[in-house]
Design a protein around this ligand. Structure first.
Ligand SMILES: Nc1nc2c(ncn2[C@@H]2O[C@H](COP(=O)(O)OP(=O)(O)OP(=O)(O)O)[C@@H](O)[C@H]2O)c(=O)[nH]1
Ligand SMILES: [Zn+2]
Length: 343
């Protein structure tokens, strides 16, 4: 299959940085591994390597990079959007997940998984990253009244796009695909079991989205690696990395404020600028709750999300500071050693 740059998602945003891309110079990152990356250009896919002073962790699937003829990356083009998260498990580091995603499909189902707080969390992530959110409510075929879920989701934000689908139905898949047309890039988020794999299979016509591509590694062995940038049947792209599946809030206060814009607006009328909206006099938010115009649960969800974001961000910032101090210590020990060896 051959692509040109527009097929790969090239747009004015990137052309303003590199006016005339050539296929042996400009690549779109299709996979990030521990020690190397893969890049796509109209000439095909090739291995790319970071420069000695860079780690592969500074790149994300979907990035546009300029590389030398031997595949060493010289430059990452300014991103349109960027999704990062706090690393999984007990990780305290920020991790880049996906770059230049145009549309984030926020997936939930029309059943017990439907959870307003979770949708708000993903909406905040989409806004923070700069992606257009589309809420996809799966398993509409198993539900008596999917429209009631659609209405609940639509209430979360003005003009929010919400679709109720059966992930096994090709017509519903086409409806979804229309939101991520040719040359655009999408990604799916949502809890386990809501239908992300089923949707990915439908969008990419892959037999199994988790099946990797077989390829030879450097020693000639067959290895199976999963390709993270997948082509959709309409010419769009879908970023599917394991990292997308476990996003945790990080440095997203602006995204949260966008989802809760009504509360941010209201809190401007609180008497104290640092009002915690608990028992302060002249609190506009409390006033709205008492007047019955604001759901107290929405205030709780806003505050919980802000707390979660702050905690993750602080943990990551502390770890960064510790790493910096540790790096300094290592460098000074090495210098000391070299000095003693007379190097
Ligand atoms: N009836 C119906 N079943 C669905 C729909 N979407 C997903 N399923 C089923 O729900 C189950 C879970 O779907 P998956 O696609 O594996 O969910 P997932 O989000 O990828 O789950 P993880 O891999 O755990 O993250 C499968 O048995 C699907 O066939 C739908 O719209 N309608
Ligand atoms: Zn207040």
């Amino acid at each position: 299959m051959s692509f040109d740059y527009m097929d790969l998602g090239w747009s004015n945003h990137f052309a303003a940085q590199i006016p005339a891309p050539t296929s042996d110079h400009i690549y779109r990152i299709s996979a990030v591994h521990r020690d190397r990356l893969k890049g796509l250009s109209p000439a095909g896919e090739r291995v790319l390597l970071p420069r000695a002073n860079q780690s592969t962790g500074t790149f994300a699937v979907g990035d546009w990079v300029a590389a030398s003829s031997d595949g060493l990356i010289d430059q990452t083009l300014d991103r349109k959007t960027l999704m990062s998260r706090r690393a999984a498990g007990s990780g305290v580091h920020a991790q880049l997940i996906a770059a230049n995603v145009d549309v984030l499909f926020i997936t939930s189902s029309c059943n017990a998984d439907f959870n307003v707080a979770r949708l708000e969390r993903f909406l905040a992530l989409a806004h923070q990253a700069g992606c257009y959110p589309v809420v996809v409510l799966t398993k509409a075929d198993t539900c008596d009244n999917p429209q009631s879920y659609v209405r609940k989701a639509e209430r979360l934000e003005a003009f929010l796009t919400v679709l109720a689908v059966n992930a096994h139905d090709s017509r519903d898949i086409s409806q979804l695909m229309a939101w991520c047309p040719h040359g655009q890039t999408g990604a799916l988020v949502g809890s386990s079991g809501v239908g992300k794999t089923t949707l990915t299979n439908g969008l990419t016509q892959a037999r199994d989205a988790t099946a990797g591509i077989r390829e030879d590694d450097a020693k000639g062995r067959h290895t199976t690696t999963s390709r993270a940038l997948r082509h959709m049947t309409n010419g769009g792209w879908l970023i599917d990395t394991p990292g997308m599946r476990a996003l945790r809030m990080l440095d997203s206060p602006d995204g949260i404020d966008e989802v809760f814009a009504d509360l941010v607006e209201l809190s401007r009328d609180c008497r104290f600028s640092d009002c915690a909206h608990s028992s302060e006099p002249g609190c506009a938010i409390r006033g709205a709750i008492e007047a019955g115009t604001l759901d107290p649960d929405r205030l709780r969800r806003w505050q919980k999300l802000l707390r979660e974001d702050r905690m993750n961000s602080e943990t990551v910032a502390e770890a960064r500071a510790r790493d910096k101090a540790f790096g300094k210590m290592v460098r000074s020990v090495m210098k000391d050693k070299k000095g003693r060896k007379g190097l």
